[in-house]
Design a protein around this ligand. Structure first.
Ligand code: NAP
Ligand code: ZN
Length: 342
């Protein structure tokens, strides 16, 4: 079978490798689609630890081709989405129920072979069923959606809450939709591209703003701004210093800030502790998808989340290397690898 292998930092190759064999508790899955995410680019550049040689791709969906002898919940022919993050179940964090913080966390597509390939091995406990009639490319959004769900859960959005989303990439545009589903009545999307702001509105943002060059914080929270006094919840989905620094200032007194965006390890930003204290701002990090993958699969299966406009292009395995090794194209939201395209 064909697989996109990270051989070493900066070295991706399309290789012919042996089709893997599932063990007793695993599924062999024929990949239908696998999203290219910023993490794949970080892995390529060595900015995120991995274990080469390894097949990349952690946002995959596909059809079960073979099941291990002890598998009970799945049969050949079923469509599944895989939760790539495998926790050990034994460490102190796992036993506290904080499985995303597992000290032995192993991810499919990072530490073990992933979905930029004709086939991928998925442990049964990491698989969740999807409907037969779903567009398979939509199934590839379960993983990013599950990460967004965790962030939105941590934000504790309530009916009538006001929410600001910083950054209109795939994560921001999924968070906008989840915030509305969670009951927020005002959702303001702040992102630079006019096209993403337009899309944000069609997906549920009640208002949008261009961070532009004048002070965006002042423009949003001033008395005649979009959310005078600030938002109940601010969700940072851009992963740049500027937006992380803006986030607490955009929250109202007693508000909550959730950081979903990833900055490079070791990067620093300036935060005013007095402001966090004096206005009791809750500042929370949100990491991957603890126990949210099933709900994400259900949301995608039901059509409650609109992912079609987030799909920028479908490419074959042979085009995946160029797409991973380079930044996303201008205006691109999500490129998806569809192995049967070649
Ligand atoms: P992305 O496509 O790069 O989206 C980020 C968006 O932020 C860009 O599209 C950009 O849109 C916007 N942006 C950049 N600078 C901005 C600024 N100064 N003000 C406002 N918006 C700005 O990435 P993504 O796939 O959506 O992911 C977003 C972040 O979440 C990344 O850092 C990713 O690594 C992270 N992530 C975290 C988790 C987790 O578990 N926490 C899971 C998945 C992804 P404009 O050009 O329109 O400004
Ligand atoms: Zn653990």
């Amino acid at each position: 079978m064909k697989a996109v292998r990270l051989e070493a930092t900066g070295e991706l190759r399309l290789r012919e490798i042996a089709k893997p064999v599932p063990d007793a508790r695993e599924l062999l899955v024929r990949v239908e689609a696998c999203g290219i995410c910023g993490t794949d680019r970080h892995l390529f550049h060595g900015e995120f630890p991995s274990k080469p040689p390894v097949t990349l791709g952690h946002e995959f969906t596909g059809i079960v081709e073979e099941v291990g002898a002890s598998v009970r919940g799945f049969a050949r022919g079923m469509r599944i989405t895989g939760d790539p993050n495998i926790s050990c179940g034994r460490c102190a964090e796992c036993q506290r129920g904080r499985v995303n913080l597992c000290v032995n966390l192993q991810a499919i597509g990072i530490h073990r072979d992933g979905g930029f390939a004709d086939y991928v091995i998925v442990p049964e406990k990491q698989a969740f069923a999807l409907p037969d009639d779903l567009d398979p490319v939509h199934g590839a959004f379960c993983e990013p959606l599950a990460c967004c769900l965790h962030g939105v859960d941590l934000a504790e959005i309530r009916t009538g809450s006001s929410v600001i989303v910083l950054g209109g990439g795939v994560i921001g545009l999924l968070v906008v939709q989840l915030a509305r589903l969670a009951g927020a009545t005002s959702v303001v999307l702040i992102t630079r591209s006019a096209e993403k702001r337009r899309l944000g509105k069609t997906l549920g943002a009640t208002a949008t703003a261009d961070p532009g060059d004048s002070d965006i914080v002042e423009r949003v929270i001033s008395q005649d701004g979009l959310l005078p006094g600030g938002a109940d919840v601010v969700i940072e989905c851009a992963g740049v210093a500027e937006t992380i620094e803006q986030a607490p200032a955009l929250a109202r007194r007693g508000g909550t800030v959730v950081i979903l965006g990833v900055m490079p390890q070791g990067a620093k930003v300036t935060i005013e502790p007095f402001d966090l204290l004096f206005r009791e701002i809750r500042l929370i990090g949100s990491f991957v998808n603890p126990f949210t993958h099933r709900r994400a699969a259900e949301l995608i299966a039901s059509g409650a989340i609109n992912v079609e406009p987030l799909i920028s292009r479908r490419i074959g395995l042979s085009e995946a290397i160029e797409a991973i090794a380079n930044p996303a194209r201008p205006g691109e939201i999500r490129a998806l690898v569809v192995p049967h395209l070649g």
